[in-house]
Design a protein around this ligand. Structure first.
Ligand code: ATP
Ligand code: MG
Length: 151
């Protein structure tokens, strides 16, 4: 699907959110500036959670508490993770990931991860893969959303 403007990316996130329940792991895969945080903003709006979504620069994971969820769906929290810096402090990325304790977050939240592909999939049996690609010449972005079953 084509993402002409940032609002389109947010809209895809908003719609995806209507299908999400606690325990769902969303892995956002895309290069720098692709729109992963914009997508998360849409997911957050679609879940109706509290707080503004921004790039978690100083923290790796940020929890947004449940709010009123559009469509009368059961409220759910959102944990937004930016795994970009995992493994950059000398510790292994896997150890740092373990320390975040996302397993327990997954019990009652939707967990959305930027820069986590190839690492965080093991946290859950099955995840939602969102792949965003940007053509550097035309700035055109495309997104593909797929549910990936556990191997
Ligand atoms: N169709 C689009 N979808 C998403 N973002 C867009 C689009 N067109 C332009 N943009 C701009 O591209 C930027 C995307 O930034 P965003 O922080 O969402 O990317 P990111 O993938 O999270 O980056 P990072 O890798 O730094 O975390 C924003 O400045 C946004 O306004
Ligand atoms: Mg980002």
């Amino acid at each position: 699907m084509l993402l002409a403007a940032v609002e389109d990316t947010e809209q895809v996130g908003y719609r995806l959110a209507q299908t999400l329940v606690a325990g769902d792991l969303v892995v956002l895969d895309g290069p720098l500036g692709a729109g992963k945080t914009a997508m998360t903003r849409g997911i957050a709006a679609g879940l109706g959670v509290t707080g503004r979504v921004s790039s978690p620069t100083f923290v790796i994971a940020r929890e947004h508490r449940p709010g009123e969820r559009p469509g009368g769906l059961p409220p759910v929290a959102l944990v937004h993770v930016d795994a970009y810096r995992l493994g950059m402090t000398g510790q292994s990325a896997l150890d740092e990931l373990d320390a975040l304790d996302l397993d327990s977050d997954l019990a009652d939240a939707v967990v959305v991860v930027e820069w986590g592909e190839g690492l965080v999939e093991a946290l859950s049996d099955g995840h939602i893969a969102v792949r965003i690609r940007r053509d550097p010449d035309t700035d055109v972005r495309r997104v593909r959303v797929s549910r990936v079953a556990a191997p």
